[in-house]
Design a protein. Structure first.
Length: 113
């Protein structure tokens, strides 16, 4: 998993996150399986904080996470999926309320914020 984390990191380093969304920036990320969580050079045993593909609070920091059971072989696609999760991390960090409402109300437009 360290090699995969490194491959994703190389791709993320090439991105201009601010051009994707104003003030958006990269977040730390972890990839995991049912045994371990990889942060790059460091790994920890898996625990129940790591569920799904999302952004979580981890030791006071918002990070993006990806379950390798859902991984694809194409590293560009996998990196793009982590960018998506990082955008959720950014939304949480910036207290962005423009999440879509799953109960049928339209999401706020950025202009309404």
């Amino acid at each position: 998993m360290k090699r995969i984390h490194h491959e994703i990191s190389l791709r993320l380093e090439k991105l201009d996150f601010n051009s994707i969304y104003p003030r958006f920036h990269p977040f730390r990320f972890a990839i995991y399986d049912d045994k371990k969580v990889c942060f790059g050079e460091s790994e920890i045993p898996w625990d129940s904080r790591f569920v799904g593909n999302t952004a979580i609070d981890y030791n006071g920091e918002i990070i993006a996470i990806w379950n390798m059971k859902c991984a694809v072989r194409d590293m560009d696609i996998l990196a793009s999926m982590l960018v998506h999760e990082m955008l959720h991390a950014y939304q949480r960090e910036s207290k962005d309320t423009s999440y879509p409402d799953d109960l049928g109300k339209p999401a706020l437009a950025r202009e309404d914020l």
